[in-house]
Design a protein around this ligand. Structure first.
Ligand code: ATP
Length: 745
């Protein structure tokens, strides 16, 4: 890698596009005071990303733009580009993720523009980039931003004046450790970013946690419900199967019972209906007959009584007639024939006897009539007059009549006897039939009782049937309800295999209660979103897992970043210490060369941390951060006792600075060095030594030297002269050594 050329356009005193080729290892820029030589050096600084406007002798970015002259208008922007030969492809650039960006170009250009409003643009190979990228790019080729490779006018002893801490930075820069510092800064930034990311991710996770928890609980509920549903299905299968068997059995047994009872009922009904109350009819007929016969006999008896009374009367009349014919003497005392009296008493007795046994009142009257007739006839026999005469023929007539009546009576008695026999027979018959009827009644009663029993049995069966219908309804409803919980799978109860055929009712009840309990629990749990819920939970969980993984990755990368940081710091420390040693070797050599003896060395010193002043801002440093390291410069001039830097003369300071700067450049040579009148304070002898050193340096680094010094000019391969024209614009032209010495004056 080497400097190819520099393009200045509108920068400071260069209003027009001005090109400067670095064709030689040593390029000298010469010109009168105020011609714009330092502006060229500043243009290089500017293009390389210098952020200190002050170091470019301006107050604001706009001051860097050509301000115009009497004859030229002011510019609207200043731009400077440096072209590097990149044939060896040494330039490196990485993106945010630490991946290399392809810079496979033969020429790499770094450009910067500034506008009137102060806006800066950084351009890498024509593409606008960030300042950071320019810094990184340059750091990769050991062009640090501290400017140790660009020594501005009067700045040679800057390193001597600097604080030990700032010196350390310059040395680090010169040693090419800046790239590690960048890496540390980058790592710090990454750490900060990672920590922030971690915070954000944790926050996000915390924010998501309640929802995730909620979903988790829901899913747990859902899972529980699923488990319960499985349990429910198992319970249902057994329960419903048993229930269905029970109902089927019940149905069959009821219908069998019903058929049986109905059949029996039919039989009993038949039995009852084929035993009508005919007996009663028969009984009635016979009773009627009996009654008729009794009536008949009573009439016959009345006729018989009548006849007997008639007979009595006739007998009386016969007796009276017979007595009259005998003419019995009338006396006060009535004499009654014993026969007559006995007959009278006998007759009376018979009738009275009969009357006693008559149970029907109306039948007594005829008997009493007969009794009266007997009494009349008896009394008439005593009251008959003697003068009545009855002929024998009359007696005879009476006797005939008497016989007739007697015959009639005999006839009637026969009839009476016959009827009586009939009555007796009929009564017997009736009694017998009553006996028969009584048995039948008894049988019929038994059937009636049976009928009643069967009817109530049938009623019970009907009630049972109703109950069964209700149970069936309940069963169907249970299936419907169960299907609401577990779907159509509930119907698989039909395939459930029952081991024990006997259905244990109490176990069924127990299962039923368990089913109810699960149903209540399921209702309590709620149906839930099912698939949607699960999906949402899975998504949320996945997201949470992702965040957790992210957190893990972040914390891992924090660990690795911290490790990297420690490694980088260690590396810097080691390289720094080694670098100091190497610099010291070179420094001693250059120092002794410049001063013809004496010693010069750098020491690493540990500075106690400064107490922060109130107006100083910044990150609060931890107490355990290591104390800052600085660099001390120790010199000992030959033949002199002076050791303090402050006591050195201007020339001595200059020599010391140059020796140190060159020593630093030797250890880790930068691609180029820009020296703006670093040789200004040197006398002739020292100028020669300076020239020798330039030649030595130019072997490892390109040199751009602004000088008024002939000796220095003599070492240049290419000389540029800077002049200011009448239009007030700086001009650059390639000149010969003689012209240069002439221009420089
Ligand atoms: P010396 O040999 O005395 O150090 P030099 O050659 O280094 O001088 P510079 O310091 O480079 O000179 O140039 C300074 C000149 O540049 C001044 O004349 C100044 O007016 C001019 N200049 C600076 N900034 C601008 C600007 N923005 N526009 C026009 N001219 C400018």
């Amino acid at each position: 890698m080497r400097l190819k050329n520099l393009e200045i356009n509108g920068f400071k005193s260069f209003p027009k596009k001005t090109n400067l080729d670095f064709k030689s290892p040593v390029v000298c820029i010469v010109g009168p005071n105020g011609s714009g030589k330092s502006n060229v050096v500043e243009a290089i600084r500017f293009a390389l990303g210098e952020q200190s406007i002050k170091s470019m002798r301006s107050k604001a970015g706009a001051d860097l733009i050509f301000k115009g002259s009497k004859y030229l208008p002011k510019g609207s922007r200043a731009s400077v580009a440096i072209y590097f030969d990149n044939a060896d492809k040494i330039f490196k650039l990485q993106n945010e993720n630490g991946e290399n960006i392809n810079l496979d170009y033969d020429v790499v250009s770094v450009a910067r523009e500034v506008y009137a409003d102060g806006l800066n643009k950084y351009i890498l190979n024509g593409t606008e980039v960030r300042l950071k990228d320019i810094n990184a790019l340059l750091a990769s080729v050991n062009i640090g931003s501290s400017g140790h490779h660009i020594i501005s006018q009067g700045e040679a002893d800057r390193i001597l004046n600097a604080l030990p801490k700032d010196r350390r930075e310059m040395v680090e820069d010169a040693l090419g450790l800046k790239i590690y510092q960048y890496k540390i800064k980058e790592t710090e930034r990454k750490l900060e970013r990672t920590t922030n990311n971690m915070k954000e991710v944790s926050l996000l996770r915390r924010e998501n946690a309640p929802h995730l928890n909620f979903l988790k609980k829901q899913v747990e509920k859902f899972e529980k419900a699923k488990e319960m549903k499985v349990e429910l299905l198992e319970l249902y299968r057994e329960y419903l199967k048993k229930e269905s068997i029970y109902l089927e059995k019940e149905k069959t047994s009821l219908s069998t019972d019903k058929k049986k009872v109905i059949a029996e009922l039919e039989i009993v009904k038949e039995k009852i209906s084929t035993n009508p109350d005919d007996n009663l009819v028969i009984e009635n007929e016979k009773t009627n007959n009996l009654r008729a016969l009794e009536e008949k006999i009573s009439k016959i008896r009345m006729v018989k009584n009548e006849l007997e009374r008639k007979l009595g009367r006739i007998e009386g009349m016969i007796e009276m007639e017979e007595k009259r014919t005998v003419k019995p003497e009338r006396s006060e005392n009535v004499s009654i024939q014993r026969e007559e009296l006995e007959s009278f008493l006998k007759e009376m007795n018979e009738y009275l006897e009969e009357a006693i046994y008559i149970d029907v009142l109306e039948n007594i009257a005829p008997v009493l009539g007969k009794v009266r007739d007997i009494l009349n006839r008896f009394s008439r026999n005593f009251n008959q007059t003697d003068n009545t005469s009855i002929s024998d023929s009359q007696i005879e007539n009476l006797k005939n009549t008497e016989r007739e009546v007697q015959n009639e009576i005999d006839k009637i008695e026969l009839e009476e006897k016959n009827i009586f026999t009939s009555i007796e027979n009929l009564k017997n018959e009736i009694n017998q039939e009553i006996e028969v009827n009584r048995d039948k009644e008894r049988e019929k009663y038994t059937f009636k009782v049976k009928y009643g029993e069967l009817s109530s049995a049938l009623n019970i069966i009907l009630v049972k049937e109703e109950n069964l219908t209700r149970e069936l309804e309940i069963f169907e409803n249970e299936i419907k309800e169960g299907a609401g919980f577990i779907g159509s799978e509930i119907l698989s109860y039909k395939n459930f295999e029952i081991v024990e055929e006997l259905i244990n009712k109490s176990k069924q009840e127990e299962n039923r209660r368990r089913i109810e309990r699960i149903k209540i629990k399921l209702e309590d749990v709620g149906a839930g979103g099912g698939g949607d819920l699960l999906k949402e939970f899975e998504e949320a969980n996945e997201r949470d897992q992702f965040l957790a993984k992210e957190l893990e990755d972040l914390s891992l990368s924090i660990v690795s970043l911290r490790t990297l940081m420690t490694d980088l710091k260690e590396k810097i420390d080691v390289l720094f210490k080694e670098g100091i040693k190497k610099i010291n070797v070179e420094f001693q050599e250059f120092f002794a060369l410049m001063f013809g003896g004496g010693t010069g060395s750098l020491n690493i010193v540990t500075e106690q941390k400064r107490k922060k002043t109130d107006d100083e801002e910044g990150v609060e440093e931890d107490d355990d951060t290591p104390p800052e390291q600085g660099i001390e410069i120790n010199v000992s001039l030959p033949h002199k006792k002076v050791k303090e830097l402050q006591s050195l003369s201007g020339g001595e300071r200059s020599l010391t600075s140059i020796a140190l700067l060159f020593a630093m450049s030797q250890v880790n040579p930068p691609p180029f060095l820009v020296l703006d009148e670093t040789d200004a304070a040197l006398d002739e002898a020292n100028s020669r030594k300076y020239g020798d050193m330039l030649e030595k340096l130019s072997k490892r680094s390109q040199l751009v030297v602004v000088t008024h010094n002939r000796e220095t000019m003599s070492r240049a391969g290419v000389l540029y002269g800077v002049t200011v024209g009448a239009d007030g614009a700086s001009k650059l032209l390639s000149v010969k050594f003689d012209e240069a010495t002439a221009i420089a004056k």
